[in-house]
Design a protein around this ligand. Structure first.
Ligand SMILES: NC(=O)c1ccc[n+]([C@@H]2O[C@H](COP(=O)([O-])OP(=O)(O)OC[C@H]3O[C@@H](n4cnc5c(N)ncnc54)[C@H](OP(=O)(O)O)[C@@H]3O)[C@@H](O)[C@H]2O)c1
Length: 390
């Protein structure tokens, strides 16, 4: 039985993972759960899965959770420290990191440092600190198991293949809700429009990233680190049906693809139970019912985030971390209606041209960027508001 930690158990990936675990109780035991602020759901999950401890980031929720769980012999930890203590726990076999955004980086780092394998949904960890993470994996022997559906697909296509035989990684993407919208209408996009993804149901941050195609940009960087392939050999193709989750082209021009319904439980179960597949009874893919699979090139003018991600990866050092944290801050500002949709990539581009970029950063240099990025986005919004008043 695999002993698991689920970081971010109350989110979209976390709850899907718990569905997989509930469907095969003889394979997994849940030892630790963590949440950001959703105390009610965390309590419910703890009562169902009986972990030894839970942690919640929002310290105000402590009393409520402790009053519900103490009598059940479940320890309750709080704040960033509580989450970090759980991320670094020794008595487990695998950590699933499903925390959204930059907050996932330190937990990934701590788990790998303990030599624990990490099923990684939190792509931001690798985008920000790919070099550091690969170095810890090499030192401790810990493995990264991709959870992102595209990277899971590539991983599955590469099983049994040699690295030298890879010609190209082909990441597919649905194209998001604005694939067919003309650029002239982008200025009017509201948060509710961006949160309406045509295929996937996900957390807010990744849903907006999918609308700007920054999500695909982050995935290019993630693929680079996971599979050790240069940016020039990673291509993005828009595939609106989201049935082919990604492909690999080999030196003999043969292309392998992995297909499945757009359901994150599939890549989650593959990562949790690797190297064995689980026979779980979710809805089956019916290709005849789907009928057509179509493909198109991404429009880099409408979606500059893709170009920015390639450029940040080429630049290296702290550039991908700057791209990631400025994007995250800008997405937050867009959701609060402080900036327009089109300003998300514009702010990222400006930050990449203005903020200092360091080569081979350590973890503290990466973490400093978060503060720098927050200040940068706040300053930009303030100056925009001042200009609007003047
Ligand atoms: N959703 C998908 O289909 C999908 C697909 C591929 C990759 N991913 C990646 O998986 C990760 C999670 O995505 P998601 O869609 O599941 O996000 P989500 O629904 O927003 O869930 C995020 C989880 O992280 C917790 N959290 C948020 N801020 C935190 C903080 N500062 N400290 C500790 N915990 C915090 C949340 O807790 P509360 O809810 O309790 O506040 C929740 O449990 C992201 O990196 C995303 O890119 C997601």
């Amino acid at each position: 039985m695999k002993r698991l930690t689920i970081l971010g158990s109350t989110g979209s990936i976390g709850t899907s993972a718990l569905q997989v675990i509930a469907a095969c109780p003889e394979e997994f035991s849940v030892q630790y759960l963590t949440a950001g602020s959703n105390a009610e759901l965390l309590i419910q999950q703890a009562l169902q899965f009986q972990p030894q401890a839970v942690a919640i980031r929002d310290e105000k929720q402590y009393k409520l959770i402790a009053s519900e769980l103490r009598s059940k012999n479940i320890q309750v930890l709080i704040g960033q420290e509580g989450i970090e203590e759980i991320a670094g726990a020794q008595d487990i076999d695998l950590v699933l990191n499903a925390i959204a955004g930059t907050a996932g980086l330190v937990p990934t780092y701590l788990a790998l440092q303990q030599g624990k394998d990490v099923a990684l949904a939190n792509k931001e960890s690798l985008v920000m600190a790919g070099e550091i993470i690969k170095e810890i994996c090499a030192r401790t022997g810990a493995k990264l198991l991709p959870v992102d559906s595209e990277h899971s697909a590539i991983w599955q296509c590469l099983l049994g293949e040699s690295h030298q035989a890879i010609k190209r990684l082909i990441l597919t993407g649905s194209g998001g809700p604005f694939r067919q919208l003309s650029l002239s209408q982008f200025e009017q996009i509201k948060p509710a429009d961006a949160l309406r993804h045509p295929v996937w149901t996900m957390g807010k941050k990744i849903t907006v990233d999918s609308a700007t195609l920054m999500n695909k940009g982050l995935e290019i960087i993630e693929a680079h680190w996971l599979f050790e392939i240069p940016a020039t050999q990673i291509e993005v193709i828009i595939h609106p049906q989201s049935i082919i989750h990604s492909m690999v082209e080999f030196c003999d021009d043969s292309i392998k693809a992995q297909l499945g319904l757009p359901d994150m439980r599939l890549p989650i179960q593959f990562a949790l139970n690797y190297p064995h597949r689980l026979a779980l009874a979710w809805e089956q893919l019916d290709l005849v019912k789907i009928g057509n699979l179509t493909f198109e090139s991404p429009d880099m003018t409408k979606f500059p985030a893709l170009r920015l991600a390639y450029a940040a990866l080429e630049r290296g050092g702290t550039a991908p971390a700057i791209l990631n944290v400025v994007n995250e801050q800008a997405v937050g500002a867009f959701l609060r209606q402080e900036i327009k949709f089109t300003q998300i990539p514009a702010l990222v581009e400006k930050a990449l041209s203005l903020l200092p970029i360091k080569a081979h950063p350590d973890l503290s240099a990466i973490l400093e960027i978060e503060i720098l990025a927050r200040d940068f986005v706040a300053r930009e919004i303030n100056s925009q508001e001042r200009n609007a008043i003047a």
